[in-house]
Design a protein around this ligand. Sequence first.
Ligand SMILES: [Fe+2]
Length: 181
Amino acid sequence: MAILSIPDQGVQINEPLQIKAFLAEHGVFFKQWECTVHFDDSASQEEILAAYAKDLKPFMDKGGYQSADVISINALTPNYEAIRAKFLAEHIHEEDEIRFFVDGQGLFWFHLSDAPIFNVLCQRGDLISVPTGTKHWFDAGPQNPFVKAIRIFTDMSGWTPHYTASGIEVKYQHFKAPNLG
Ligand SMILES: [Fe+2]
């Protein structure tokens, strides 16, 4: 279950409907899909995608999304530090960044023009869409990362990060998210 935090205001929202409303107000799509299946590390990408097909397919058809895959990061992932660094600096994409958390967790930070900096800790069952052009960054934690997420794309090439070089993420690097390494 997601947790939304506004560090500069000491605000934390745990109620999914309130999180959804806050995000919708700022143009960010958030939804929860029911998770009844638990996968171990031997589960294939195809098995995971098939398990969520009943939610995934209508969502992709409606949004015109072309492809989906599964990303899996854990404590044994080679070069985790480099992978973490790639998304830890503020950036934008030329397409929506859509993630559905099958398991594990990750922290999305948002830098919008009409809101204080806030973050959403996404966990099992949470789907979030970072709209095209939105300044954001992502952290799976400094240690013991665990992310198993479905990624949904219109065009995979649009997913390259374009860095803003603002350095704003440094100001928030000491934020301690619940459950995050
Ligand atoms: Fe991103």
